[in-house]
Write a protein of this length. Structure first.
Lengths: 509, 339
């Protein structure tokens, strides 16, 4: 028997107690949805994990009204330091329940437990800790003294990092004094609902955070709702466009984190072993379900063969299988739909003449799986070099000079991230300066930190999340009080439609 | 350039090295070659080492790992206070690591100072490998270990002495001063000379482990260059440390050396061993090294001719783990023998 046949080391599920069904989280309580409940499954086994409530437009109304009430009566009246206390409390509870959340994330999403345990959940806590610290320091956010919250935030998040994307959205919103209605992705609602339990545990005032689960039309009802003040969306460029259209002509603030087709540029003087790791981490981390994934490898022609050779050797050591096993590197694809898209785009890559390679590895019988895949002989006109695959598929292209590397890296409608590998610091800085991408990693890839702003150029979206910049979307500058008053009136009018009590309140003002 | 005479070594090794560096082993040629090797990004290397350290080796895998570790240990005593009695006791431990379990594997080698070699050979008796594949090897540190601050003549005499006394393996130290001041040719020539001094009367050659003392080289780039230099000069093993200074072996340093050995194999097809020494005290740590070897250069390397642990206290922790795996409960330090 081989040493490398590691015995199974599955993470225990004993800490996790899932309920058979989950309601919507509105005004501090779990309530039934009016729509038809849907199941959430484990993509590694296709077995049902729980039934999830489906919010229809009326449920969204209720949630927005609850958020509005909480904003006006409670959350906006608290001092920054008091809001901070809640956020610190949430951060600590996330840490306390980290293992449970990691197991739930892995079950629902299909990502390896090592990633949910070592990356996702620790970052969730870090995000809350970071923005908890900002809550009483908003005067220093760069928007003048005493900036105001915007009001009710509608937030729609994707399925690739379910709880982490929730944290990216909720933490800055609450720190800045907004209240929230959040819609998790249809296939990954579970950790958001466990997070709702954490909010109850933290005794966050009712209505400050509301979670409405459901499909696309739930999201549409939410972002199109007249009672919200801002929309924050992370997801595909197509969906982002639709949201931008829905919001156009209103005074809703909008931030979009959309797709990407990042270039990972490897120069011939790169620290080669670390570059190989960075390439692997760039595209195979989280099964490539990463909007900032380094899906286009741009490697200097002089080292192309060596890099590809080493990369293949490294890929042969990746372990694909049970996401709960602590030795798994590549987990399950999140859904049948996504698997279909990855499969189709990869087939197109072959048809277009690129050379396809995957390591030998057995795929489990049930569940959604895709072998890590490399395409060589890719040219810039191939679809696998242009379209976002959002899966474990790497396209390898070459360049001869830094000039060509920059031109090819920028030759994409996207501009979310990029990576540069070189031992020469001056070259790293010079190239980084000319790449049109929001995040540029030098000699590393896919590293996230709450203090660092994140966001895209071009079709990768607008607005920034993380760091001080991440607060801007959720605050209005101190000077815009008149604008704020007008916005407030509009919002309360909107509220009137569903909540007569709120309208009465307005009348007495 | 150095005045040390270049001694003829196995022509294949030497000519291959000279072909690679593109000329004689001068400081300039070696510098050009060693500085042409891709650099190491420290953050990335440490991250990779940490990731390898998260592999979860349980149940049957752990059992196998533990026996593998025992078979890869160079059980070591390198004290000024060493005596023939101490060495005999250590040899006893090497032969029978766990008196309660005859199925327990033996260690790979016993590692001592040169003057202790005769006593070690005597104590091992018929268990001494002495050129066979079976049995326990005797390793001796030499070349004015641990500092290496002596003339070449003294270093070579030190080596010849240990080899004549029956050492199967010589653990030499490189001249870190020469390396750090850029006298690569001197370091190269010394290794070549020591390798030649490892030759026995019958023409066979004692295995040469080259200690880089990575704690004194300070940067990963230096460790990588020193590793290449040692291999080019004909070292059979590259070894991290003397164990006499901190930091000794760390997982990132060892990983960077395993990568060199892997690249050398890619380049030439030849196999060179790696020996982390000093600071590895627990089974848990040792297992991380096995994982790093198997996932970087392949599990073929998990054999005494290509991988060793230089350690003393590691063995007892491994034995306690082994007893725990067998009996289902932890025993305690009084249930394993001190040497």
């Amino acid at each position: 028997m081989s040493f490398l046949d590691y015995a199974p080391a599955p993470e225990s599920q004993a800490l996790l107690h899932l309920r058979p069904e989950y309601g919507l989280f509105i005004d501090g309580e779990f309530v039934a949805g009016r729509g038809e409940p849907f199941q959430t499954i484990n993509p590694a086994t296709e077995k049902q994990l729980a039934m999830i409530a489906h919010a229809d437009a009326a449920d969204v109304d209720t949630a927005v009204a609850a958020a509005r009430r909480a904003f006006e009566r409670r959350w906006s009246t608290l001092s920054g330091s008091d809001r901070g206390k809640y956020l610190f409390r949430i951060a600590r509870l996330v840490q306390e329940r980290a293992r449970e959340l990691a197991v739930a994330e892995t079950l629902d999403n299909g990502k390896p437990i090592t990633e949910s345990r070592d990356v996702d959940i620790p970052l969730v806590a870090a995000w809350f800790f970071y923005y908890a610290g900002w809550a009483d320091k908003l005067d220093h956010a760069g928007l003048g003294v005493n900036p105001a919250a915007r009001g009710v935030a509608a937030q729609v998040i994707p399925w690739n990092f379910p709880l982490l994307m929730l944290a990216w959205k909720i933490a800055p919103a609450l720190a800045a004094g907004n209240t929230v209605v959040l819609k998790p992705a249809e296939t990954t609602s579970l950790t958001a609902l466990l997070f709702a339990e954490i909010l109850q545990q933290a005794e966050l005032p009712a209505g400050v955070v509301n979670i409405v689960t459901g499909g696309r039309e739930t999201g549409q009802a939410l972002v199109g709702h007249s009672g919200i003040n801002l929309v924050a969306f992370t997801g595909s460029t197509g969906a982002g466009r639709a949201i931008a259209r829905a919001v156009a002509g209103t005074d809703k603030k909008i931030i979009l984190e959309l797709g990407g087709k990042a270039a990972n540029i490897v120069f011939d003087d790169a620290p080669i072993d670390q570059a190989i790791e960075g390439i692997v981490n760039g595209i195979f981390f989280n099964q490539g379900h990463v909007c900032c994934a380094g899906s286009r490898l741009l490697v200097q022609e002089s080292i192309h063969d060596e890099v590809v050779d080493r990369l293949k050797q490294r890929l042969s050591t990746l372990r694909l299988g049970d996401p709960l096993d602590k030795n798994t590197d590549i987990g399950a694809i999140n859904s049948a739909d996504q698997l279909k898209r990855i499969t189709e785009l990869s087939a197109i890559g072959e048809d277009e003449g690129a050379e396809r390679w995957s390591p030998d590895c057995d795929l489990p019988e049930s569940g959604f799986w895709f072998r890590p895949t490399i395409f060589t002989n890719v040219s810039t006109s191939h679809r696998i070099a242009r379209d976002e695959v959002f899966g474990p598929v790497l396209s390898v292209l070459t360049f001869r000079t830094p000039e060509e590397a920059i031109a090819k890296a920028n030759n994409t409608p996207y501009g979310l991230s990029a990576g540069i590998w070189s031992d020469k610091g001056s070259r790293v800085l010079a190239v980084a300066d000319r790449l049109r991408a929001g995040v540029i990693w030098a000699n590393t890839f896919n590293r996230f930190d709450p203090a660092s702003p994140f966001g895209g150029y071009k079709e990768s979206g607008y607005g920034r999340e993380g760091g001080r910049h991440g607060l801007a979307a959720y605050l209005q500058p101190a000077g815009s009080a008149a604008v704020a008053a007008a916005r407030h009136a509009v919002a309360v009018d909107a509220d009137h439609a569903v909540k007569p009590s709120a309208a009465r309140k307005k009348a007495t003002k | 350039m150095t005045s040390i005479p270049v001694v003829a070594t196995q022509p294949s090794t030497r000519s291959r090295a000279l072909a690679l560096i593109g000329g004689e082993a001068t400081d300039a040629n070696l510098r050009r070659y060693l500085h042409g090797i891709p650099g190491i990004d420290a953050v990335g290397l440490e991250q990779r080492a940490a990731a390898l350290g998260t592999r979860s080796i349980k149940t049957s895998s752990k059992k196998r790992a533990i026996d593998t570790i025992i078979g890869l240990i160079d059980l070591t005593t390198l004290e000024g206070a060493d005596t023939p009695g101490k060495v005999r006791s250590l040899v006893g431990k090497a032969l029978t690591p766990d008196p309660g379990d005859p199925g327990c594997p033996r260690v790979a080698a016993v590692c001592v100072y040169g003057d202790m070699v005769p006593y070690t050979v005597e104590a091992l008796g018929s268990a001494h490998a002495a050129g066979r594949d079976q049995g326990i090897f005797v390793a001796s540190v030499a070349t004015a270990f641990p500092s290496g601050r002596a003339s070449l003549a003294v270093k070579l005499a030190d080596v010849a002495d240990a080899v004549a006394a029956g050492a199967d393996e010589i653990d030499m130290v490189i001249d870190r001063g020469a390396f750090l001041s850029g006298r690569f040719g001197q370091v190269y020539d010394e290794i070549v000379a020591v390798k030649e001094a490892c030759r026995r009367a019958d023409g066979s050659v004692a295995h040469l482990k080259v200690i880089l003392e990575t704690g004194e080289l300070n940067t990963y780039d230096n460790v990588r260059r020193a590793s290449w230099l040692a291999i080019l000069a004909g070292g059979d093993f590259i070894k991290t440390s003397t164990g006499k200074m901190q930091p000794a072996a760390t997982l990132p340093v060892t990983l960077s050396m395993i990568e060199v050995v892997r690249d050398w194999h890619r380049l030439t097809g030849a196999r060179v061993g790696v020996k982390p020494a000093g600071g590895i005290r627990t089974s848990k740590d040792a297992i991380k090294y096995l994982v790093a070897v198997a996932e970087t250069v392949g599990e073929d390397w998990l054999t005494p001719s290509l991988f060793r642990f230089g350690a003393s206290s590691l063995l007892n922790d491994v034995l306690m783990q082994r007893q725990k795996m067998r009996d289902g409960h932890y025993s305690g330090p009084d249930y394993v023998t001190i040497d």
